[in-house]
Design a protein around this ligand. Structure first.
Ligand SMILES: NC(=O)c1ccc[n+]([C@@H]2O[C@H](COP(=O)([O-])OP(=O)(O)OC[C@H]3O[C@@H](n4cnc5c(N)ncnc54)[C@H](OP(=O)(O)O)[C@@H]3O)[C@@H](O)[C@H]2O)c1
Length: 242
């Protein structure tokens, strides 16, 4: 069902919103008139800074690798902020391992946040959305879910999982909730990251992306017609086309 720009209520939760890309998303959504809730895990000071950039928006702490924490988070949000119409699953982990050396704990560390948490956050949000007027979900995946990276096999698998989860949930939650994914390429969210140089060189537009460009794509899906669902939008300067 449509939730067009300008209608109220427009309550959105952005996970991992204290810093970097998540911060850019939450600030952009606030600027565009959303009521934003900021989730963080360890970065409380940065979450408070983000909150002050967003009209003293509420902040909520949870370790998303644990499903009971996810359930508590969504209860607190419903009770203290109000039921959600919008969710952006942005929080994630990123590690580098030779696949011959990866341990079970390394695998679980990535998948608990990057994939399992995305599923259970979608489930909790969808319960609130279907009690109301429906909603919109955006899952942040990655170019690594589309193209293979040898030293990030575990991360690539988790993000490919996010893309398929997005497609499956788009079917499962239709017609009341849309589920789409934004797949960032190389995004320079803070200081120059030396290991990104080779990928920037290979990027057809010859530069890294900006967090604000990812936020634009998220805003597009959150305000798009309900006929757009189950889609993946790469924000990658054309790198996925190579
Ligand atoms: N940066 C890039 O170039 C790039 C490229 C492709 C895809 N992406 C995707 O874009 C999104 C944002 O990227 P980013 O680089 O800005 O992310 P990031 O800084 O690596 O992580 C974002 C936030 O995730 C939260 N987080 C991690 N583990 C958590 C846990 N167990 N429970 C709750 N929160 C947890 C952290 O919150 P706290 O700090 O509060 O602990 C962190 O600030 C991610 O999904 C990432 O995979 C990024």
């Amino acid at each position: 069902m449509p939730l067009p720009d300008g209608e109220r209520p427009r309550r959105v939760l952005v996970t991992g919103a204290a810093k970097r890309i998540g911060r850019a998303i939450v600030v952009e959504l606030f600027r565009r008139g959303f009521q934003v809730a900021i989730h963080y895990n360890h970065s409380r000071d940065e979450a408070l800074e983000a909150a002050s950039e967003c009209g003293n928006a509420p902040i909520f702490q949870a370790d998303l690798s644990r499903v009971p924490e996810i359930r508590r988070l969504f209860r607190e949000i419903r009770d203290e902020f109000g039921p959600l119409q919008f969710l952006v699953n942005n929080a994630a982990r990123f590690t580098r391992f030779d696949p011959l050396k990866i341990e079970e704990s390394d695998w679980d560390d990535i998948h608990s946040v990057n994939l399992k948490a995305v599923f259970f956050c979608c489930q909790e949000a969808a319960r609130q959305m279907t009690d109301g007027e429906g909603g919109r979900i955006v899952n942040i995946s990655s170019l690594g879910g589309i193209r293979p990276w040898a030293e990030h096999a575990h991360y690539c698998a988790s993000k490919a999982g996010v893309i398929m989860l997005t497609r499956a949930l788009a079917k499962a939650f239709a017609p009341r909730i849309t589920v789409n994914s934004v797949a960032p390429g190389v995004i320079l969210a803070s200081e120059a990251e030396p290991e990104a140089a080779a990928m920037i060189k290979a990027t057809p537009v010859k530069r890294a992306g900006k967090p604000e460009e990812v936020a634009e794509a998220v805003h597009f899906f959150l305000t798009a017609p309900d006929f757009i669902t189950g889609q993946v939008l790469a924000v990658d300067g054309g790198l996925s086309q190579r």
